[in-house]
Design a protein around this ligand. Structure first.
Ligand code: NPW
Ligand code: ADP
Ligand code: K
Length: 477
């Protein structure tokens, strides 16, 4: 299975420019793009159905004029409402070839609206007539097919600085753009269709959709044993907060770690003992955690879920151990505002470190970073030397070497207490099995999303590290 690349607006323009430099015909490209739009529109229309094409002043509008002509030729009743006449180039040529009905219209009278106002060239928030057209289209009740990206959505960030089209479907070209997958853009995109319009395949791109093309799940050899599959240590929270670490430990075991041990004080472990069976227990403080981590049987560490007041000391011991490590929750907050110091500790050893903040933890750890979710995760990875999972519905995984992935399979059912602890456990389990940091993080996010999707309504975090993870793994191996 191949990874699905995601290109920014600049990268798409560069691919297009390289193709033109080799003699590619830009109007032919526009015709192919519009052909895909017309094909998608036709499947949503009754015979002779009514289509309103909203056409902007740039090449997105150009796609709209060509699609209008193709749909009219196919027998549909097409009207174009133009925001402004294209000045020159392919869009002007496309507008010139449109001879059908043109002018203002009530969008509610149409079976389908084609949104060709703005694409990757959106330069500022929509105002005036553009804003009015978008609001009227959204309010009309007619389904909207967006050309390339819903007008008003920033293709690189998913931001909507003003109003934006609410599409049921978006037909984009060559590759997905970050704005289709990052919130809130994803909510405006509807069903995303990616059309091949003949540009050479995007290869070696640093950004991809998270999916099985990016990583391979470990399968144990016949001659393996539990420690060869990877031992994991998880720091147990204090006596009244043991659940989070237990979820992480259980998930690590489910994800394939051969042996998982919760480490903590005696009182906490007595609570843990009442709940766990295959997960083992070992008494220890922060120093004890460090000593246990030194064992060659231990291949990965998880510190943070419910970690409590010891989080900083245990994270320190874990960072010193030089073992692959995941820091989550309290272990991230313990370094609030000290990202540079944390980075120095991370860079002391050559081994993967994963940081798994939600937005709140991220803001505390990296208060200076701003921009899109993608840009912030990438900057945090570069700054810290760790693989960063910036969690949420549009979870971003970013590596210090510049690679990044966006996860799009996570359902809202995952927004429940403890589900991040399960994610931390799955990722630690992957690390323990020798999966490199970026791949371990991406695989964990994808598995977590798949498990959430299968469980659906009523999901609680205990379910996530139950048999469903086994089913998801079995489907992907
Ligand atoms: N690349 C490819 O592979 C292919 C690309 N193709 C298509 O080309 C599209 C990109 O075309 P594009 O570069 O002409 O930009 P586009 O989105 O039409 O907008 C630019 C125009 O909008 C204007 N404008 C911007 N914001 C505005 C605002 N808020 N309010 C008002 N005006 C605003 C801006 O004016 P200005 O900022 O200069 O005032 C300019 O006139 C791409 O999305 C795809 O559909 C396909 O045909 C073939 C393959
Ligand atoms: N709306 C959502 N859609 C999909 N996944 C979500 C959503 N909200 C949260 N999640 C996921 O649920 C998990 C929540 O993690 P976190 O906030 O750390 O919770 P906890 O600390 O209770 O475990 C993360 O993996 C996050 O990506
Ligand atoms: K559009």
């Amino acid at each position: 299975m191949r990874a699905q690349p995601i290109l920014s607006a600049a990268a798409i323009r560069a691919a297009e420019a390289a193709w033109f430099a080799n003699g590619g015909d830009s109007f032919a490209l526009m015709q192919r793009a519009a052909g895909e739009v017309a094909r998608a529109a036709a499947t949503r229309l009754p015979p002779g159905g009514r289509v309103l094409v909203l056409a902007g002043p740039g090449n997105n509008g150009g796609d709209g004029y060509v699609a209008a002509r193709l749909l009219a030729d196919a027998g549909f009743a097409v009207q174009v409402t133009a925001l402004a006449a294209p000045g020159a180039g392919d869009a002007a040529r496309a507008a010139g070839e449109w001879c059908g009905a043109t002018g203002p219209a009530d969008p509610a009278r149409f079976d389908l609206i084609v949104d060709a106002l703005f694409g990757i060239g959106l330069a500022r928030p929509l105002e005036g007539e553009a804003e009015r057209l978008v609001l009227a289209a959204n309010a009309s009740g007619a389904p909207i097919l967006a050309v390339d990206i819903p007008s008003g959505v920033d293709a690189d960030t998913g931001a909507v600085p003003g109003v934006a089209i609410n599409a049921v479907e978006t037909m984009t070209f060559h590759t997905a753009k970050p704005g289709h997958l990052l919130l809130p853009g994803r909510l405006h995109t509807g069903r995303l269709q990616i059309a091949d319009i003949g540009l050479p395949p995007a290869q070696g791109t640093p950004l991809a959709l998270n999916g099985p093309g990016l990583w391979r799940l470990p399968v144990p050899d016949a001659d393996t044993h539990k420690y060869a599959r990877g031992g994991v240590l998880v720091w147990s929270g204090p006596v009244l907060a043991t659940g989070a670490s237990r979820l992480a430990a259980t998930a690590a075991l489910r994800a394939g770690a051969g042996a998982v041990t919760l480490v903590g004080d005696r009182e906490a472990l007595l609570v843990q003992a009442a709940h766990v069976t295959a997960v083992m227990l070992a008494e220890g403080d922060a120093q004890g955690f460090g000593r246990l981590a030194a064992s060659p049987k231990v291949k990965a560490l998880c510190v943070g879920p419910g970690a409590g007041p010891q989080a900083r000391c245990v994270a320190g011991a874990a960072l010193q151990s030089g073992k692959p490590l995941l820091l989550d929750a309290d272990a991230l907050t313990a370094f609030a505002g000290e990202a540079e110091h944390l980075a120095r500790l991370i860079r002391r050893h050559d081994r993967p470190v994963l940081l798994t903040p939600h937005e709140g933890e991220f803001a505390r750890l990296f208060p200076g970073l701003s921009g899109s979710k993608l840009a912030r995760a990438q900057a945090a990875a570069a700054l810290s030397g760790a693989v960063v999972i910036l969690k949420g519905a549009d979870g971003v995984i970013a590596a210090p070497d510049g690679r990044a992935a966006i996860t799009a399979n996570a359902p809202g059912w995952l927004a429940t207490a403890g589900s991040g602890d399960v994610l931390a456990g799955i990722a630690t389990g992957m690390l323990a099995q020798g999966i490199p940091g970026f791949e371990a993080a991406a695989a964990a996010c994808f598995l977590h999303g798949e498990a959430g999707g299968r469980l659906g309504p009523g999901l609680i975090s205990e379910d996530l590290c139950g048999p469903v993870l086994r089913e998801v793994l079995a489907a992907l191996i």
